[in-house]
Design a protein around this ligand. Structure first.
Ligand code: GDP
Ligand code: MG
Length: 440
């Protein structure tokens, strides 16, 4: 009976792959969503190409439509692109550590400077000195002083007539003498990018040697986001981005555009005018906001979880019977990748972490996991179920299909044989009263 059941599961879980037509149709919808979210045109194009490569041929999970499956893949690629983990401001450097805030006029530099100072004080216990290098806009320096009093963080005393570079030097000097941990340099902006602005930023950078250079950009920047981020990154060199006005009704496409072209992390987001309206960046939340398809993603995730549970049960059943073919191995390798590779497993199991060196010495790493999966995926379903079929000609075909040498295929087969033998010896001991077999 259980053989019959697993046959049914087989059919249900391997419901075929996404065709090019499926993918293209779904991507039309996705392209519209990205453009509506104000993602820059070039980025939309190259992003959807990336998704197409990933999606065509990918399996469709039971109980979801091909279109929903593509949405899930888009969401995954989006989160990957936006950066999997939150990247906080890097505070590891000898004090006084300088953080330079750059961006266009009105982007929110001065406000964000004060917000960050408040956060550094409250969450990290850092003594911060803020300095406004904006000598162009009337009362810009006073604006920062007012905010400084509000959040109870010191600002550099104003000396009229100084250049931005002179102010920056004075701020670093004062911080050294008075033992500040961090110096926040709030620079001037212009309504658009021009050469004098870039030259001024580069000069300030030379003299203050900032540990972080954060581009402060309005989330509603839309199509200009790419130019803005690219220019600042090329001329001044960014370490991160702060997106402001994420409390507005923009859909945050600038986040994707900027991250895509510069590769620099979005470190924080501004979510209001108040001094504590500053949040950590969450790729998942932004992906949801850009696509606006969170419920589809949740649906597919739920379906995938159900299938994982089914597969795990099926695998346990098979192992209890001493069966372990190449498809089983492939499923297990996929599972390893899914939970973040070997590093992910080690993180989950403290005992395994101790074996790190041994595992490294055995040559078994994430690259190998991927390669071994690629080899198995180049086999026909029949070959996966019957490793004994493997003759020289088949091995050659598989090696070519997965871009490895034939020795590599042999190595995998040998490794699998050892594992299968091991499983068999477990299975033999349990025959007649296998707990796992009955539990299902
Ligand atoms: P700067 O010219 O780059 O220094 O910009 P400012 O810091 O002076 O900010 C310009 C305006 O944007 C001010 O009225 C701020 O209160 C407002 N602002 C800054 N950040 C945010 C934010 O995250 N959300 C909202 N709603 N307003 C913001
Ligand atoms: Mg300002």
């Amino acid at each position: 009976l259980s053989d019959k059941l697993s046959g049914i599961f087989d059919k249900l879980t391997r419901r075929g792959a996404l065709s090019e037509a499926d993918v293209n149709e779904a991507l039309r919808e996705i392209r519209r969503a990205l453009l509506e979210a104000d993602v820059a045109l070039d980025v939309v194009r190259s992003f959807t190409d990336k998704v197409r490569d990933r999606a065509i041929g990918a399996g469709v999970i039971k109980s979801v439509t091909p279109g929903q499956m593509v949405v899930k893949i888009v969401n995954d690629v989006l989160i990957e692109t936006l950066g999997q983990d939150a990247e906080p401001i890097d505070l590891v450097a000898a004090p006084p550590l300088a953080i330079m805030m750059v961006g266009l006029q009105g982007a929110g530099k001065t406000t964000t400077t004060a917000k960050i100072a408040k956060r550094l004080k409250e969450r990290h216990g850092k003594r911060t000195l803020m300095a406004s290098l904006d000598v162009k806009r009337p009362a810009a320096q006073e604006q920062l002083a007012v905010l400084g009093r509000q959040v109870e963080v010191d600002t550099l005393p104003i000396v009229p007539g100084q250049t931005p570079v002179q102010i920056a030097k004075r701020a670093m000097e004062a911080a050294r003498l008075q033992g500040y941990d961090v110096v926040l340099l709030d620079t001037a902006g212009r309504t658009h990018i021009d050469e004098p602005l870039m030259a001024e930023m580069a000069e300030i950078k030379t003299f203050s040697k900032p540990h972080e250079i954060l581009l402060v950009a309005d989330a509603l920047t839309g199509q200009d986001a790419v130019n803005l981020a690219q220019n600042f990154d090329e001329r001044v060199g960014l370490t991160g981005i702060v997106l402001t006005r994420m409390d507005g009704d923009g859909r945050g496409g600038a986040a994707l555009s900027m991250r895509y072209v510069t590769g620099k992390p979005i470190k924080l987001i501004g979510v209001g005018e108040k001094m504590d309206a500053l949040d950590e960046f969450s790729p998942t939340r932004i992906a949801n906001r850009i696509l606006g398809m969170g419920d589809i993603v949740a649906l597919v995730e739920k379906a995938a979880q159900a299938i994982d549970a089914e597969q795990a049960r099926k695998a346990a059943e098979r192992m209890a019977k001493g069966k372990f073919d190449l498809q089983d191995l492939c499923d297990q390798l996929a599972q390893v990748e899914k939970i973040g590779g070997l590093g992910g497993i080690m993180g989950l199991l403290p005992g395994v972490a101790k074996m790190k060196d041994q595992i490294a010495a055995s040559g078994f790493d994430d690259k190998m996991v991927r390669r071994q999966r690629a080899i198995i995926l180049s086999m026909t379903p029949k070959e996966r179920r019957n490793p004994d079929l493997m003759k020289a000609s088949r091995k050659k075909r598989i090696a070519a299909g997965s871009g490895v040498k034939v020795e590599e295929v042999n190595k995998l087969l040998k490794q699998h044989r050892q594992m299968a033998d091991l499983m068999k010896s477990f299975g033999a001991g349990k025959r007649g009263g296998g707990m796992m077999g009955k539990a299902a």
